[in-house]
Ligand binder design. Structure first.
Ligand SMILES: Nc1nc2c(ncn2[C@@H]2O[C@H](COP(=O)(O)OP(=O)(O)OP(=O)(O)O)[C@@H](O)[C@H]2O)c(=O)[nH]1
Ligand SMILES: C[S@@+](CC[C@H](N)C(=O)[O-])C[C@H]1O[C@@H](n2cnc3c(N)ncnc32)[C@H](O)[C@@H]1O
Ligand code: SF4
Ligand code: SF4
Length: 329
């Protein structure tokens, strides 16, 4: 297993399979790659099936235990079942999707070897949902979640970005997962770094505080040091798990980050928030990919706490000293 200079073992990879998407969510960071809008047809710049599989075979040699497929909308790729089926057996496979294609694909994805799925769902009302996602596919997403449960994917996590537009929907989403077996909720702190609009931020500590009052059990996940709250619904007959993903300005989160990313164009990327460490794998041989992966791991830094530091006024800013050293290396 490879470990970076900050003692962080790399146990997982996140592979973006496309930057195309059929939604246009107002908050979208597109895994650090900019706009998802554009043609929906397969694009020439996307990694081929074989290249994705080759990369996974290389990282399996380094004992990487898990792969997450994401995007853009990963289910716009028609070969994702093949990619999953060809993923090395020892790796856990998960997927993050907007859910709109799951009604037709959940079964084939599970048959191919998908174990679990995260579905983005920011609201329980079609009009609210449409306002955030700029999509009328609410019913498809609800059907998609049902299809994922019926296909045996476990758990099915609902991803909800908590920001100004959605903060008021948190209690009903918590009740929703408590009432429905097999569902979990991930409340994701809105990240303004790549999208602008810092005015949409809400204080995630208030959500932690509210959940701590509701919860009958609180756990810590090793990954990112995330907190998990077990909450019962209003009537007390259901119980659900709510995890908070709160990376922003959180050195503890970054200190427990164990993932390397790959862009849809096949660039290795050490951190969601950085684009200055990209390494293209396009023309590389397998042994060159091995070396490039070692390099990216060696150059990983916790984004908050090293690449970004607090200045004398207590504000976050780029650590010029670190960047100079990094540029010289
Ligand atoms: N800054 C940062 N944000 C992350 C990271 N991992 C997840 N997030 C945020 O959480 C969102 C949802 O993550 P998912 O792709 O559903 O997966 P996950 O929750 O990280 O992983 P699992 O819980 O293992 O399924 C991401 O798109 C990011 O906005 C990370 O390593 N760094
Ligand atoms: C970029 S999307 C890609 C996968 C798929 N299209 C989806 O929406 O689930 C992955 C996750 O990032 C989250 N996300 C996107 N922009 C974000 C932002 N600015 N802050 C926090 N999370 C964000 C989405 O809610 C989604 O759960
Ligand atoms: S569905 Fe996912 S990739 Fe598409 S716009 Fe929304 S968050 Fe971004
Ligand atoms: S270092 Fe921090 S910001 Fe970068 S990917 Fe890891 S957790 Fe996210």
């Amino acid at each position: 297993m490879l470990t970076d200079e900050f003692g962080r073992e790399v146990t997982g990879v996140r592979v973006s399979l496309t930057d195309r998407c059929n939604f246009d969510c107002v908050y979208c960071h597109n895994e650090g790659l900019g706009d998802t809008r554009g043609p929906m047809e397969p694009a020439d710049n996307e990694m081929s099936t074989d290249d994705v599989v080759r990369f996974l075979e290389v990282v399996a040699e380094f004992d990487v235990e898990a792969v997450k497929f994401t995007g853009g909308e990963p289910l716009l790729r028609q070969d994702i079942e093949e990619i999953i089926a060809r993923t090395p057996d020892e790796m856990e496979v998960s997927l993050t999707t907007n859910g709109s294609f799951l009604p037709d694909r959940a079964e084939s994805l599970a048959d191919a070897g998908l174990e679990r799925v995260n579905v983005s769902q920011d609201a329980l009302d079609p009009a609210d949902f449409a306002e955030i996602t700029k999509s009328g596919a609410y019913e498809k997403v609800i059907e998609g979640v049902e299809a994922a449960l019926s296909a045996g994917l476990d758990p099915v996590k609902l991803n909800m970005v908590v920001f100004e537009h959605t903060a008021g929907y948190v209690p009903e989403m918590v009740d929703h997962v408590a009432e429905n077996d097999g569902l979990q909720l991930q409340l994701i702190e809105y990240m303004p770094e790549l999208t602008g609009k810092p005015e949409w931020n809400i204080e995630i500590e208030r959500v932690h505080g509210w959940l701590a009052e509701q919860a009958d059990e609180i756990e810590h996940r090793e990954m990112h040091d995330r907190k998990r709250y077990w909450v019962s619904n209003d009537g007390g007959e259901g119980r659900g798990m709510v995890e908070i993903v709160d990376p922003v300005e959180n050195p503890t989160f970054c200190a427990n980050c164990h993932r390397v990313r790959v862009t849809h164009e096949g660039y290795l990327k050490g951190c969601l928030n950085r684009n200055d460490d990209l390494k293209p794998m396009g023309e590389m041989t397998t042994s060159e990919i091995r070396e490039a992966f070692r390099d990216v791991v060696a150059n990983r830094v916790p984004y908050y706490g090293e690449y970004m530091i607090r200045n004398d006024e207590g504000e976050w800013e780029l650590n010029e000293k670190y960047i100079e050293e990094y540029a010289e290396a």
